[in-house]
Design a protein around this ligand. Structure first.
Ligand SMILES: N[C@@H](CCC(=O)N[C@@H](CS)C(=O)NCC(=O)O)C(=O)O
Length: 203
C-alpha cells in the first residue's frame, strides 16, 4: 500500500492507523502548497486533488478519510481499530463522520481556506469557521466524558479527532476543552503517533 500525504494534513490520521496496524507500507509526499494535487501524475490517481489517498496493493485507489479508515479496519481485524460492541462502534462512527464532515469540512475548511467560501469576506468566514470548530470540540469533549477514547477503546474515530486537535492546538493556538486536551495528550503518547510525528517532521 502507498499513502499519499502532506505533513500535518488530515492524512496524518490515516498515517496513524497504518502505524497502528504495523504492516509495511510506503509514503509519498504530495506538495499541496506547490499545487501538485491539481496536476498529473497526482490527478490521474485522485482527480479530487486531495490527501489522504491510499493506493492499494492491486493498484486501485481509495479516497475519503472515513472510507479509507473503515477499509483499513475491516482488512486488519487484528489491529482492533473499531470497537466490537455495536453501540460503541456506532458512537465512534458518529463522532468520526462529524469530525471529518463538519469540524474539518465546515469549520477548519473556513479557517484554512476562506477563499473557498467567499472571495471577499475572509475575516467573517474565518470567524464562522472558528465557531464551528469550537462547537465541535465542545461536543467531542462531552462525548469523551468518562472515556479515554471516543469508542471507549482506541478506534478510527480517535485518529480523526487527533488531526483536528493537532490543527487547533499546534497550528492555530486554540485552547482545547479539558477532555479533548487529555485525549490529544493520550494520542501523542501512543508509540504509533510518535513515529508518525517524527516521520512527518511535526516535532
Ligand atoms: N473529504 C476528504 C477531505 C480531504 C481534504 O480536505 N484534504 C486536504 C488536506 S487536509 C487536501 O488534500 N487539500 C488539498 C486541496 O484542497 O487543494 C476526506 O475525507 O478525505
Amino acid at each position: 500500500m502507498k499513502l499519499y500525504y502532506a505533513p500535518g494534513a488530515c492524512s496524518v490520521g490515516i498515517h496513524v492507523l497504518l502505524e497502528e496496524i504495523g504492516k509495511p507500507y510506503q509514503l509519498e509526499q504530495v506538495d499541496l502548497r506547490g499545487g501538485a494535487q491539481y496536476k498529473p501524475p497526482f490527478t490521474n490517481l485522485n482527480p479530487k486533488s486531495k490527501v489522504p489517498t491510499l493506493e492499494r496493493d492491486d493498484g486501485s485507489v481509495l479516497t475519503e478519510f472515513p472510507v479509507i479508515a473503515h477499509w483499513l479496519a475491516r482488512h486488519n481485524p487484528q489491529a482492533n481499530l473499531v470497537p466490537k460492541d455495536d453501540e460503541a462502534l456506532t458512537r465512534a462512527e458518529e463522532a468520526m463522520e462529524y469530525v471529518v464532515g463538519t469540524m474539518h469540512g465546515q469549520g477548519f475548511g473556513r479557517l484554512f481556506r476562506p477563499g473557498n467560501f467567499s472571495s471577499s469576506e475572509a475575516e467573517q468566514v474565518k470567524a464562522r469557521g472558528r465557531e464551528i470548530a469550537e462547537n465541535g470540540f465542545a461536543l467531542m469533549d462531552k462525548a469523551l466524558g468518562g472515556k479515554d477514547y471516543l469508542g471507549g477503546q482506541f478506534s478510527i474515530a480517535d485518529a480523526a479527532l487527533f488531526y483536528t486537535e493537532f490543527w487547533a492546538s499546534k497550528r492555530l493556538g486554540m485552547q482545547l476543552p479539558k477532555n479533548c486536551a487529555a485525549h490529544f495528550a493520550r494520542m501523542l503518547a501512543r508509540p504509533a503517533v510518535q513515529r508518525v510525528m517524527q516521520q512527518e517532521g511535526l516535532g
